[in-house]
Design a protein around this ligand. Structure first.
Ligand code: NG1
Ligand code: ZN
Length: 568
């Protein structure tokens, strides 16, 4: 077996020293932190991507440089496995070890150990495809990444500035090229063609929808949405907002999917741009999350989040499967996390199997693979639908016995082409939502009325060591610190039995507290079908969240003089 090119690796590595005061962790979103600290991480990830490719016989590995919805000064990097999925979990640990080697010598030793431990044949070819979002720290970080490719002699394809889901698409398209599982042309144009072609077939003969406003978060989604709009032609009018991708400081700033979800507000600069009832949506900084919303005649804001998308889409697919005459053979299921609104879980569970898994796309994706058709969405708007290989075969071979069955079957087949099955994809999900709304002749109002959200609140607590917080039961209960869960349970009971849970974030150095009321809020004596408002339950749930946050802060030994004043 040949050996790693240690001399070359050493020379390159010396040019990318690790900052001594930093610890890096490959979390649920890869490495993600201040962009200015990531040079050595990028170089090492470049080398690691090559080793992963060699380990998989030269299959192409994806590398995405992005920090998604995070503030503009952050950046990050994550690896994509050959089928377009997240990096296999066992390699997350290898990534963390390599990133934290203190010196070049330690890095080389760690590389050698990895090659031996996972039995990498270094003589195999290595191939990667890489891309970045629009962050200004991107070009320098990509240069460091490319040094990693050069150091190991990797065959690298630059996909330029593009969205995370397009990079995932490319990885899968490259690795399936020329096979019966071919995922599409391995180019960005191939992606737009595939999505727009399927969309046009799905809405053929239907009334053209009213214009849809897209808040592009001033990120890379602006480029992709503009190109997609060209391919879509007049099948759907799109109005692009927040497209200032080269203006410093505006990325994800008071706009984008995360802003909308966490503040439960409309991006302020859209206020005057939306007509009552007009559908609008926000992408995040790398266009893998999607939030819909609209304003009513009184200017009240209604948010349609990932849970509402899951409800809309799952019910539509269940109907199509039944109409195609395939309901005894194809089972549809939904996967959620503990952050799913309780009302969505109730709505969905009454209709189809629902599973709850820990936060993080890899957990959702893998659980969804266990269904014939698996719908997964996080409340924050990240999600997709997976059609198992046997289901896709069944759809291709099924012989419908009536024209109605044939129509439903064709819709299902076109959905397999419209949906980016590799990962959550805001643009693909947006077209999916538009298809369902068109087919059902729904406006945002009808969609929103599928169920009424329970009032909820998400709070961050900064602690010195988030690893002291460990959970079980799909993160719904704490096992450590010992005794804290019992105290949370007591509080929740005192607040009329809502729901609250605490878990360490996988992407930020914080602990998250979620609280939800058990009853829909009422306002003005009427049902108040969204979570904004001054009703008793909203006040209750906010108070509960801040009480639990206070408990967590004190338990984690937080400095009393710096205790946030809103913590109760
Ligand atoms: P953390 O930081 O582990 O809560 C956040 C999101 C996840 C997921 C990841 C990856 C919430 C509460 N958490 O994870 O759902 O999207 O980021 O981006 O939304
Ligand atoms: Zn994102």
């Amino acid at each position: 077996m040949s050996k790693l090119p240690f001399q070359t690796l050493k020379a390159f590595s010396d040019a990318h020293p690790k900052p001594s005061n930093r610890h890096f962790q490959y979390g649920t979103a890869g490495f993600r932190t201040l962009g200015s600290t990531l040079d050595s991480v990028m170089f090492r990830v470049g080398v690691l991507a090559g080793l992963r490719s060699k380990r998989l016989d030269g299959k192409t590995i994806g590398v995405m440089v992005t920090a998604s919805h995070n503030p503009e000064q952050d950046n990050g990097v994550k690896l994509v496995d050959p089928r377009g999925e997240m990096l296999e979990a066992s390699w997350e640990g290898h990534a963390t070890v390599l990133a934290n080697a203190a010196t070049t010598d330690e890095f080389l030793t760690a590389l050698d150990a990895l090659v031996k431990a996972v039995k990498i044949d270094v003589s195999k070819p290595a191939r990667v495809v890489y891309a970045r979002d629009t962050r200004s720290s991107g070009p320098a970080l990509v240069a460091a990444l490319e040094d990693g490719f050069k150091a190991l002699g990797i065959e690298a394809r630059d996909a330029g500035v593009t969205t995370t889901p397009i990079l995932h698409y490319l990885v899968k398209a490259i690795n399936t090229k020329g096979t019966p599982e071919s995922y599409g042309e391995d180019s960005e144009d191939g992606y737009y063609k595939k999505l727009s072609g399927a969309f046009k077939k799905l809405v053929a003969g239907k009334t053209e929808p009213e214009p849809l406003v897209i808040d592009c978060a001033n990120g890379v989604g602006a480029h992709a949405a503009a190109k997609l709009a060209e391919y879509l032609g007049n099948s759907i009018p799109l109005v692009l907002e927040n497209i200032a991708t080269s203006t410093p400081g505006v990325l994800n700033e008071s706009c984008g999917a995360d802003y909308v979800k966490t503040t439960q507000r409309l991006p302020p600069n859209l206020v005057d741009k939306l007509k009552p009832g007009q559908r609008a949506c926000s992408l995040d900084g790398d266009a893998d999350r999607l939030m819909y919303y609209y304003l009513d005649e009184r200017g009240h804001f209604y948010m349609l989040d990932g849970d509402k998308i899951a409800a809309l889409v799952a019910a539509f697919i269940v109907d199509l499967v039944r109409l195609a005459g395939l309901d005894s053979e194809i089972k549809v299921g939904v996967v959620q996390t503990a952050y799913a609104n309780g009302a969505s879980t109730k709505y969905l569970s009454e209709r189809l199997p629902v599973k709850c898994v820990p936060t993080g796309v890899k957990h959702l994706h893998h659980a969804a693979e266990h269904y014939n058709i698996g719908v997964y969405f996080e409340a924050n708007g990240h999600g997709t639908v997976l059609f198992s290989p046997t289901t896709q075969e069944k759809l291709a071979k099924h012989e419908p016995s009536t024209p109605a069955q044939s129509t439903a079957l064709n819709h299902l087949i076109n959905l397999t082409q419209l949906i980016n099955q590799t990962v959550g994809d805001a643009l693909s999900d947006m077209l999916l939502v538009e298809v369902v709304l068109t087919h059902k002749s729904y406006s945002g109002v009808e969609w929103n009325s599928l169920y009424a959200d329970l009032p909820n609140r998400l709070v961050k607590v900064v602690v010195s060591d988030r690893n002291a917080f460990r959970t079980e039961d799909a993160e719904r209960r704490l096992v450590s610190p010992h005794g804290l869960q019992t105290r949370i349970d007591e509080l929740v009971r005192r607040y009329g039995g809502g729901r609250s849970f605490v878990r360490p974030s996988g992407t930020e150095d914080v602990v998250r507290v979620y609280a939800e009321a058990s009853v829909r809020s009422q306002a003005d004596g009427k049902d108040y079908p969204h979570v904004i408002g001054t009703s008793t339950y909203v006040v209750f749930v906010t108070e509960l969240a801040f009480r639990v946050a206070g408990l967590v802060y004190d338990e984690a030994g937080g400095d009393p003089s710096r205790r946030p004043k809103e913590f109760l």
